[in-house]
Every structure is written in structure tokens, then in C-alpha cells.
Design a protein around this ligand. Structure first.
Ligand SMILES: [Zn+2]
Length: 493
């Protein structure tokens, strides 16, 4: 474990410290692409360009506007309207210099510019040529070219540079009409990146324990609550985003209800997990950690000290349990017992528990078919601790870490739970619901037998789709060292 990770671990609650594996693999967060980013990011359209002396530019604009009925280039604000011959992409420069009076106007001292007139579909070539011919300064040297350009704005600086080289000088305006605002992703990533490795390691460990215990596939989920009080960039954050974005940001900054666990524990890890049954074992753990239902409340003297810092607290942890008492669920196991759903359900139970505490201690909240009662010892430990801020809607603003890309059903469950962020490690190209990339058929390997039934078609991109009334930020976690939890590609995680 690196020094940075060690420092972060120091700030964690005792339960997390207790559960953490000793080996935490570093990695990189890769933001998920949205459906629109993949579908539209390189839609091209043909535009007419011409060249004219600098002094004639405004007259040229007027001609373009008059013929196209509006300012045809208005919908292409990411393209530089006028560029010098030297700024043309190399292949256009080579082509245009050999046309008409190209050699003269490509000379260093030339005052001529290349001008985007607008989408080809909005002009009649003959009319355009006729009108340009009478513009002062053109000297009958009317030249009209046709170039393909990206229809939509670039979503990053590097994309703009690439397009400038391949198509036409493009401008990145630090905006992304096709996905989350880049500044939101960048800002969120700075704090998620600090501890993502920890939560992912915990999810991986839970996955292995679930498999070892025979209750499910090696799939694990961890839900955490992050509190970032008084972030220094909070003013900027509020201004930067719009709509649900800024709403989420604002909620990010809302102070959480309680402080969680008191300090003081060892950091050892229990290997060789078995199904949690002896409650005495749990009670012992709780004692050792100096926590219990009644002592999870903040201790006033330490509160002010900790409050200034960002805090993360584990809210739920769950392994896959599709094979637990699976008798009637056939070959796929119990779909309601997928790790993500179990974890979300545990959060729900904590909320109910918190609301009902004064009325009754004996609530039966687990439904047999959901298998959302803690099964692993680790699950029980986290489950028994109070929810750090039991006042929001289900998983509003929480973060979910998964060993695998969740299936379509779980992805929708995550969306409906109002989860704020999701990070998963292994992509499930045939069955996952989060990514937007085409679902490859070649992953399967079983040519013939699965024809037509194992994917293909477009990914669903269920993290950010504007037509759904909730969006969440999503990342893929690329571990530096392969900590593979291989899964049959047909499995729905
Ligand atoms: Zn699932």
C-alpha cells in the first residue's frame, strides 16, 4: 500500500479499517462515455469554404447569410470561421494551394483568409458563386471548396487538436453538450481518485468471500457516503454546472447528519471468511472496535476537528448471493440477489431502521427473495453500524464501487436509487448496462450456440442518459495490476 493510500486509510472509520485487505491495488479512473458522445461525437457534415482578402470578410459573411436564409455557420460555433492558409490541416493545404490562384494567396505575406460559409445543404452552388463574384476585392477569383467538418463541438482539448489536424481548426469551449460537464468530472475525480482503490479492494475481497462461501459469483459491491464540507471550490462548482448537475453539487456540499464511528481499532483483517451466523462474534467485533448502536453518534470533542475535512464512510457492503437458497431460480440463480441490489437494499433497511428506532426494534425488513439479509460476516459488521446520514432519498449522493459492470436490471436499480456516482472494475461487454460502447459479439467465443442471444447492438449507457430523469457520474477502474476476478461473459453481474 502506497504512502498516499496509507494516509487515506488513517482517516477511515474503524469498521472499514478492520475489513480492509492488506493489498490495495492502485489504478486509474476512466470516465464512462455517454451514448451521445459515442453516437454523435463524429457526425460530419459538408461545408462550403471560400477564400477572400481580409477586408472582404464581412461582405462574404453577408452573402452567406443572405443565401442560406440565416447565418449558416451559426450552428458550427466550434469551428474557426476564418483561418489563415498556414492554419489549414496539411491535406487541405496541399490540395488548395494547387487550385486557382492558390500559390499567390498561400504566400507568407498574403492577406487572404479561408472562410467557412456554412453547411452545403443550405446553399445553391450557382447562386453562391454568382454572389461571391461581385464582392469587392474578389477580382473574379471566386474559389469554392467543400470540406467535411464535425457537426458537434469537441468534448476535450485533445479532441479539438485532433480535429484541427484532421478537419478544420476547432475550438474546445470547456463544455460537453453530450455528457456531464467536464469540470464536474474533473473536480469529482480529484477526490474519488484518492480512495477509489480502497473501496475497490474491499469490493474485490467481498466478491472472493461470496464465492468462497458458495453463496454467489465473485462479484462484490461497496456503497459509501462522502462528505465534503466547505470545499474551497464550492463557489465555482455552483456556477459551473446547470440543472441536475448543480443540484448534485449543492447536495454534495450539504453537511451530513452524523459523524459516524469513533476512533480506535486494530487494522487486521480476517481471512477465511465463513457465513456470518454467530452473533456473539459480531458483538465481539463491535466491542473490540468500541462501537455499537449507541456509540456511533458523534463525540462532540472530536467533531469540530474532523468536520473540516472530507470524510468517507462505508454504508453497505454486499457480495453476490444468487446461489444462496437458489432452488427455484434455475441456471441463472436469483437475480434479486445480485451484489448491487443487495447493497442498495441494505441501505434501504438502514434508513427504515433509523426511522423506526423509537417505535420498534423488531422490524422484519428482509424479504426472502431479495436475500438482502447480511450473509457474510463483513456484511453484517457494516450493516449493524448506523447510516451516517439517514435523511436523504435512498442512495441519493452515495457512491457505489463494483467489481463488475452491473447488468441492465441492476443498472436501472442503481439509477432509481438516485446513486450519485458509480465506479466499476471489470467491463461486462455482453451483459453490462452502464457502458455505451457497442456490445461486442466476439467476447463470447461460443460462435453459433449463442448467436443472437448474447449481446450485440448498442450499449445502454445507463449512467447518463438525458431522457431518464436521473443521471449519475460513472467511471471504469483500471487496476495497475490485474486482480482478475474472471467471470463468464454471459453472466449478468
Ligand atoms: Zn445485476
Amino acid at each position: 500500500m502506497g504512502d498516499t493510500t496509507k494516509a487515506v486509510v488513517e482517516t477511515l472509520d474503524p469498521i472499514t479499517k478492520r475489513l480492509l485487505p492488506s493489498d490495495i491495488t492502485k489504478g486509474t479512473l476512466v470516465p464512462l462515455k455517454t451514448i451521445l458522445e459515442l453516437r454523435d461525437y463524429l457526425s460530419l457534415c459538408q461545408v462550403y469554404v471560400t477564400r477572400a482578402p481580409q477586408k472582404s470578410v464581412s461582405s462574404i459573411f453577408e452573402v452567406a447569410k443572405r443565401i442560406s436564409g440565416n447565418d449558416g455557420a451559426r450552428n458550427l460555433p466550434h469551428l474557426r470561421r476564418c483561418i489563415k492558409p498556414a492554419d489549414l490541416p496539411p491535406h487541405l493545404k496541399n490540395a488548395f494551394v494547387n487550385e486557382g490562384n492558390g500559390r499567390t494567396i498561400h504566400m507568407a505575406k498574403s492577406q487572404w483568409l479561408y472562410i467557412v460559409l456554412g453547411p452545403k445543404t443550405e446553399f445553391s452552388y450557382q447562386e453562391l458563386e454568382k454572389e461571391l463574384r461581385v464582392v469587392e476585392g474578389m477580382n473574379d477569383e471566386v474559389w469554392l471548396g467543400e470540406v467535411p467538418v464535425p457537426l458537434l463541438a469537441p468534448t476535450s482539448q485533445s479532441q479539438a487538436l485532433m480535429w484541427s489536424h484532421e478537419f478544420w481548426q476547432s475550438i474546445y469551449r470547456k463544455n460537453n453538450p453530450l455528457g456531464p460537464h467536464p469540470s464536474t468530472i474533473a473536480r469529482t475525480e480529484t477526490f474519488v481518485a484518492r480512495d477509489a482503490a480502497i473501496w475497490m479492494a474491499l469490493a474485490q475481497q467481498t466478491a472472493k468471500k461470496a464465492q468462497k462461501a458458495g453463496m454467489g459469483e465473485p462479484i462484490g459491491a461497496v456503497i459509501i457516503k462522502r462528505t465534503t464540507p466547505g470545499r474551497s471550490d464550492s463557489g465555482k462548482a455552483k456556477k459551473a454546472g446547470k440543472g441536475s448537475d448543480s443540484q448534485k453539487e449543492a447536495n454534495d456540499e450539504k453537511e451530513a447528519g452524523s459523524e459516524g464511528f469513533s476512533e480506535g481499532s486494530d487494522a487486521t483483517n480476517s481471512d477465511g471468511e465463513s457465513m456470518a451466523s454467530p452473533s456473539a462474534d459480531i458483538t465481539n467485533d463491535m466491542k473490540q472496535l468500541n462501537i455499537s448502536q449507541s456509540t456511533t453518534q458523534p463525540q462532540s470533542h472530536s467533531k469540530s476537528k474532523v468536520e473540516a475535512k472530507e470524510k468517507t464512510q462505508i454504508v453497505a457492503i454486499a457480495g453476490d448471493a444468487r446461489w444462496h437458497k437458489h432452488g427455484c431460480f434455475g441456471e441463472t440463480g436469483n437475480p434479486m440477489a445480485h451484489a448491487a441490489l443487495r447493497a442498495i437494499s441494505m441501505v434501504a433497511q438502514k434508513l427504515v431502521r433509523s426511522e423506526n428506532r423509537s417505535e420498534s426494534e423488531e422490524q422484519i425488513m428482509e424479504f426472502e427473495c431479495f436475500q438482502d439479509k447480511p450473509l457474510l460476516h463483513d456484511e453484517q459488521l457494516v450493516f449493524d453500524a448506523d447510516h451516517p446520514s439517514p435523511d436523504g432519498y435512498l442512495c441519493h449522493d452515495l457512491e457505489l464501487y463494483l467489481t463488475h459492470e452491473p447488468c441492465t436490471m441492476c443498472s436501472m436499480g442503481i439509477l432509481h436509487s438516485r446513486m450519485g456516482k458509480v465506479v466499476f472494475c471489470r467491463r461486462m461487454p455482453l451483459t453490462g448496462g452502464m457502458t455505451s460502447e457497442d456490445r461486442a459479439r466476439d467476447v463470447c467465443g461460443n460462435t453459433g450456440a449463442c448467436e443472437g442471444s448474447c449481446g450485440g447492438g448498442q450499449g445502454l449507457g445507463l449512467h447518463w442518459r438525458k431522457e431518464l430523469n436521473w443521471t449519475l457520474l460513472g467511471w471504469e477502474w483500471e487496476a495497475d495490476k490485474s486482480d482478475a476476478l474472471p467471470l463468464d461473459p454471459h453472466i449478468h453481474a
